[in-house]
Design a protein around this ligand. Structure first.
Ligand code: AMP
Length: 114
């Protein structure tokens, strides 16, 4: 999608601090981190929300989580702990409509989230 900021990051048209890229799934640092470690893991293909996933995307969802595990390991927070979150639509606070998984770590994370 030409007006999607995460599609532009995936295409290298706007900068991001990349942490992982396997061609289908990409991870980069959140520009406004909510924790010492805050990464976003996205599919390269434009999918607007979690609601837009189909059964054919099951493997892709697995890749997002495996990439998250890899990023957590690479950043040294796999053992101390981390949280993965996908916000879907308004009430969850989704502001970028390109599916993304947040990975937060590096401090004790409150529960339940606000
Ligand atoms: P969400 O509320 O789940 O849609 O989260 C969107 C996230 O994208 C927020 O945490 C933003 O800080 C982050 N974000 C927005 N623009 C950029 C960007 N250009 N590079 C990295 N992260 C971004």
């Amino acid at each position: 999608m030409s007006d999607c900021i995460f599609c532009k990051i995936a295409a290298g048209e706007i900068p991001a601090i990349k942490l992982y890229d396997d061609g289908e799934v990409l991870a980069f640092r959140d520009i406004n981190p909510e924790a010492p470690v805050h990464a976003l893991i996205i599919p390269r293909r434009h999918i607007a929300t979690l609601n837009d996933l189909g059964t054919a995307d099951a493997a892709l969802v697995g890749q997002l989580y495996l990439a998250g595990k890899r990023v957590a390991t690479d950043l040294g927070v796999a053992d101390s702990g981390y949280r993965t979150v996908i916000n879907c639509n308004r009430d969850a606070g989704q502001i970028v409509f390109h599916l993304h998984m947040h990975l937060l770590a590096g401090r004790e994370l409150g529960w339940p989230p606000g």
